[in-house]
Write a protein that binds this ligand. Sequence first.
Ligand code: CTP
Length: 405
Amino acid sequence: MKIFRDKTIVLGVTGSIAAYKAASLASNLYQAGARVHVTMTIAATKFIAPLTFESLTHTRVVTEVLALGSDSEIEHVNLAKLADLVLIAPATANTIAKLAHGFADDALSAIALDTRAPIVLAPAMETGMWENPATRENIDKLRGRGVIVVEPSSGHLASGAEGLGRLAELEGILAAARAALARRGTLAGKRIVVTAGGTQEPIDPVRVITNRSSGRMGLALAEAALDRGAQVYFITTHSDGVIPLGAFVTRVETTSELQEAVLEQARGADALIMAAAPSDFRALAPATQKIRKEKSDELVLKLTRNPDILEAVAEWRATKPDAAPRVVVGFAAETEHLLENARAKLERKRLDLIVANPVPQTFGSERVKATLIQQSGETLELEPLSKSGLAEIIFDRIEVLLDAR
Ligand code: CTP
């Protein structure tokens, strides 16, 4: 999540038992490269010591409304100006009420009132407080002013009861923070579908045909699009892989499942990027029971062709251009005749852009050598670079293509 790098984030911590979870949040943001200024309410300091946050962020914690900063400016005024984002987690019913009504009787509420930065709130409280009409109205009021609210989840509460009101998971809060920072990014409002990983075609209940695709290129693309403010639909074959925070994730196994997900999610999309490596073949008749070796010394597997997803998308664009994705990008990992084969695929699949990679340098490696070829014939040979570096260049191209539409 590059977006946090060099950003100034005011992390507001209020008096909930979930305040201890804000320590992980502070640490994650700090490690992602943000300057994290923790502002605590007095009640929060009863749950967790300011020193914890000071140790994690290497920055002084602000609690008093009139504290003087290092350059003698009033600290809350300074922070309100400097902040790229004000993130309040956990946010109690009391703090939410204060923000809804414009109170400024502590450093955090003063910053929230004064700042022009986006505000993200992650509430945590007892179910009764969360469901009380007063809190509902306050939340609606804040949402109406553009405050982003990360809904609390259901589960074990401090009172011992089970119910709605638990602080949302860290990932959800970080995803909301990322989206708030990216809201004016160059892909804001765009729907981008990215596929990742090698498909798995069953041979029997325990064995599959797959390939060496790690899914990391697709992940880098999804991360880059999220950091540019896009709505990202990430279709992956990895059931336990890293998930790009803030993306809508669909997990698939086979090429047919991948095709189904692509055709559904790319409807009306601004761009589809097929970084996945779908298997071109599947077992004609997967065994219903585990295949045993005792039966013979040889095993002949009969395979049948899978659909070509990008060819189906090309057909879709030709017949129903309004519903089909506006820009389509494919990949070509080749062992020989790299540019020739990539150009042939670009034509056959009627792509706007193809990313040609030589194998074996591509699969599983950190750095990739790529050549970008556009429908117009324009070709850009790149030096080896990281997958995230390549993702940025691909999106620079996609943005130009989208602008030209
Ligand atoms: N692709 C696809 N459907 C398939 C196979 C591939 O949509 N059944 C996509 C890949 O995601 C990639 C591009 O097509 O973006 C090229 O994939 P590649 O495997 O290199 O090409 P194939 O079309 O499978 O051609 P070949 O196997 O002959 O190299």
